[in-house]
Design a protein around this ligand. Structure first.
Ligand code: FMN
Length: 452
């Protein structure tokens, strides 16, 4: 099957972010079709496509849209909010769309807003994306000038005001209810669900649809080609393509658009040019830093929501972090915990206290002062903060938002799967990983794996 590019179709088009170039390459061509349809028909098409949210949880987009009160059920203004916070470590795939094809996103926002009967939409972009915010703002201005935004779009009678809002650099503001608080001008504390499910009580206490940048950028293609065509790409229940952003120890890191269900080892070999310096693969975090790590021998797995869940991890934000044999897993754990301890918003005690506690213990191990009993203690604290992804260690949901889980899932997986490295550090005061890979010891040798 020929490679299908839905999101990166303009990959080889120079200046694809400029409106004239975008228009010459088909941008906004689906608006007229959308305005001839009833809003509910568009939602039906998205349902048929099987499109699942690309922001992390993989919730079916069409079903989420249908929660929005429309027609006689609509009593208050509806809002559409696009999540461009993209703060999960390793994740830089929305950035590609924002920089290279902002008009695809805007077209998706107009169609989505029409479908859920919203006349006001926001894009919430992470504070660090200064360049991307400039590009997107220019694209929004251009879209207003050409009549794709504003009053009576293309004579349809449909109005849409789109505002770009810059965040202030907090990871938790990617969580949809913290995002809404921040958008309202308040401190970004997540809200309790229930009752604060955005479709019921969202922005300014009105029904609000929150979707990720990549999710919404699929909408023009679905409208043009039909939901059934979209559903033919990828795998059942895991339809469409996915932007995977690969970082770490591969020869060609970058953003790749692939059908959902591609084998992880094929991705690394065929797209990313294999592991750097002919080193051996040691481990991969397949879906952003909050997902449990896979050992090399577990990497013969398909990259989709269901297969990764079955493998005890998740597709998350589509960030593939690759580690070769020179990587010390104590370092990895400390690096992640520093991030989560810093980014905990402090609202929930288990997360606020537990993340820095785990960080301090791993730091102690790294400094050569670890005690063997630190390992079960870290696991115990992780149970109290978030529990394990497969419920094997304590129940999930001890914090208002999933940041608690986001910090404890990778910690538990690293400690369980690479326990010997933590123990070695505690017993010997140094890493068992020899960074000079020419000196191989039986301890740091990892098996070679190939895709089947
Ligand atoms: C701590 C935390 C951070 C999150 N960060 C992001 C983010 O940066 N971008 C994003 O789209 N979703 C993020 N999410 C998920 C959102 O809460 C929400 O599920 C998503 O925006 C819904 O869009 P989707 O259905 O299109 O995936 C985060 C969730 C949590 C718990």
């Amino acid at each position: 099957m020929a490679e299908i590019k839905i999101l990166m179709a303009k990959e080889n088009v120079k200046n694809s972010h400029q409106i004239d170039v975008a228009l010459a390459n088909g941008a906004y061509s689906n608006l007229e079709k959308a305005f001839k349809m009833k809003s509910v028909e568009i939602t039906e098409e998205v349902k048929k496509s099987g499109l699942r949210g690309r922001g992390g949880a993989g919730f079916p987009a069409g079903i989420k849209w249908s929660f929005m009160p429309t027609g006689d059920r609509k009593k208050k203004p509806n809002y559409v909010v696009i999540n461009a916070d993209e703060s999960e470590p390793g994740t830089f795939k929305d950035r590609w769309i924002l920089e290279r094809d902002p008009h695809l996103l805007i077209e998706g926002i107009v169609i989505t807003s029409y479908a859920v009967e919203s006349n006001t939409a926001y894009v919430y972009i992470r504070g660090e994306y200064v360049k991307q915010a400039k590009i997107l703002q220019k694209a929004i201005d251009e879209a207003y000038e050409k009549g794709f935004l504003g009053k009576n779009i293309l004579g349809s009678g449909f109005d849409l005001e789109l505002t770009l809002h810059r965040g202030a650099g907090a990871y938790v503001c990617g969580e949809e209810t913290a995002l809404l608080e921040s958008l309202e001008g308040k401190r970004g504390y997540p809200r309790i669900k229930p009752p604060y499910f955005p479709a019921a009580i969202g922005l300014f206490h009105c029904p609000t649809l929150v979707n990720n940048v990549e999710t919404i950028s699929n909408v023009p293609w679905i409208l043009e080609n039909g939901g059934e065509e979209f559903a033919k790409i990828g795998k059942p229940n895991n339809t469409g393509t996915k932007l995977l952003c690969v970082s770490g120890h591969v020869n060609f890191p970058g953003v790749y658009e692939v059908p959902l269900g591609i084998n992880l080892l094929t991705l690394l070999e065929t797209y990313c040019g294999g592991i750097r310096s002919r080193n051996k693969l040691k481990a991969v975090i397949p879906g952003g830093s909050s997902m449990p790590v896979l050992k090399a021998e577990e990497c013969n797995v398909e990259m989709d929501f269901d297969s990764l869940k079955k493998a005890g991890t998740g597709l998350g934000s589509g960030a593939v972090i690759v580690m070769d044999e020179t990587t010390c897993m104590v370092d990895v754990s400390l690096n992640l915990l520093k991030f989560y301890a810093h980014e905990s918003c402090g609202q929930c005690t288990p997360c606020r206290e537990g993340m820095p506690w785990m960080k301090r213990m791993v730091q102690r191990i790294k400094d050569g002062n670890g005690r063997p009993e630190d390992i079960p203690l870290i696991l115990n604290v992780a149970d109290y903060v978030g529990g394990d992804i497969d419920f094997s260690r304590g129940k999930l949901g001890k914090t208002i938002c999933a940041l608690g889980e986001a910090g404890s899932w990778p910690t538990i997986a690293l400690l369980n799967k690479f326990r010997e490295e933590f123990e070695y550090f505690c017993n010997n005061g140094k890493s068992m990983i020899n960074r000079d890979k020419s000196i191989k010891t039986p301890e740091n040798a990892v098996p070679e794996v190939v895709a089947t």
